[in-house]
Ligand binder design. Sequence first.
Ligand SMILES: Nc1ncnc2c1ncn2[C@@H]1O[C@H](COP(=O)(O)OP(=O)(O)OP(=O)(O)O)[C@@H](O)[C@H]1O
Length: 481
Amino acid sequence: MADGLAPALLRVTDLVKTFPGLTALDHVSLEVRGGEVVAVVGHNGSGKSTLVKILAGAYAADGGAVVTEEGTELHFIHQDLALIGELTAVENLALYKSPDPDRACELVGRFGPVFDIEAPVRDLTPAQRAVVAISRALDGWTHPANVVVLDESTESLHKTEVDVLFDAVRRLAADGAGVVFVSHRLDEVLTLADRVVVLRDGRKVADEPVATLGHGRLVELITGGQAAMAHTHETTVRDGDPVLTVRGLRGGTVEHLDLDLRPGEIVGVAGVLGSGREALPSLLYGAASGAADELTVSGAPYPRRSPGGSLSRGIAFVPGDRARHGSVRDLTARENLTLPQLRTLTGRFGNLSARREHAEADRLFTTYQVRPARPEQRFALFSGGNQQKIVMARALRDDPAVLLLDEPTQGVDIGAKAAIYDAVESAAAAGTAVLVSSSDAKELLRLCDRVLVLRDGRCAAVLTGTDLTEHRLVTEGYGLS
Ligand SMILES: Nc1ncnc2c1ncn2[C@@H]1O[C@H](COP(=O)(O)OP(=O)(O)OP(=O)(O)O)[C@@H](O)[C@H]1O
């Protein structure tokens, strides 16, 4: 817990960072004391990553200072945990040194029973991978008074893995370390942090002890008072003919799966990493290789799946890693939004109506709260969450027959999340069959008519109605029921 007398291990003063035409950080100051967990929150594009990049030395600031207590080092745990899947835990822990199994055992052992540290980390459970990542961040500490920066490190973790990470973080803080926790997950922020710094459009708008904040107040500070999402989804049972039918689907981590998707329904897919949950949308779309005993779209056999074949059958897919797979980074945001739909934006003589294209881009920017509101900016220059909003906006305006979504709101701020949920529900109301694969239980509860819980590549349970609870999603996911 924060001790008012503990020294500031990290002092950020009046930090300024500008990009052409935009101030990403506008005189931001904050302090992190030994024993204290400071959360940094803010909507997409508010400046969180820019702050982390300056702390990590990846960007130079235009003004202000970052000062650490003498001897204090900064250590980072990034969103993807930054592990190399093919290497073992021992090798990942010794990336720039010679592998030392004894040292690896000692580091990993601090967090519970030692697992197979000689296996490739891709074969470990997500919780074990989290332990490897945090062990690496802790390696080489000669004293406890360092600062660990968790940069959206929990985004792809399931609740149980998050608990492992948080236990480790709490122990570090108890030993005197300072912790910076950058996150969109407000429940986790309220659970872990002692103090919360809120950024909005590059400015610090709040720096308050967590004890004085509730969820509602935090949302208000982040959004500047705009309304956030409220209601949960009501289960609708559809009994029309399925638009997509698949039997015996297999490939990647999916061992065997049967599925019927009906027009207008929103079907969730839950499960821990490696359960098949993360592989299913790309497998159905044909972006990942696999096979099926039977697959039909609108009653017609679709034997060999491919992205082109799926698109022409009205199947749209928004991949999890949309910055890499869902976009053309060097085109403008407007071009990314409108390119696949040029047909609908052409004028009477087939010429592209620049006016309509611009108007459509402006409308989508407003609906999905893309920041900055500059459709002509290169896609690559938007923050991660804003890139995500752009790719989602494009998929949702396509009117597909089937919409396959993988982690549709990962890294997206609370305001845009509500807009995305509304858009998914409107698409379903207009007849689109939606499949949502997500590690966010609240998202599945909010959106879905039923949820398939995958375990070991197979469907372990189908939850619907009053059975569709966060508790059941977790217990079925781990086989604890
Ligand atoms: N290299 C760059 N060139 C131009 N603009 C940039 C660059 N990097 C970031 N920006 C802009 O700076 C602002 C802050 O971005 P930053 O990535 O820090 O936001 P963030 O709070 O981390 O958002 P997210 O939650 O979406 O990751 C955004 O408007 C972004 O578009």
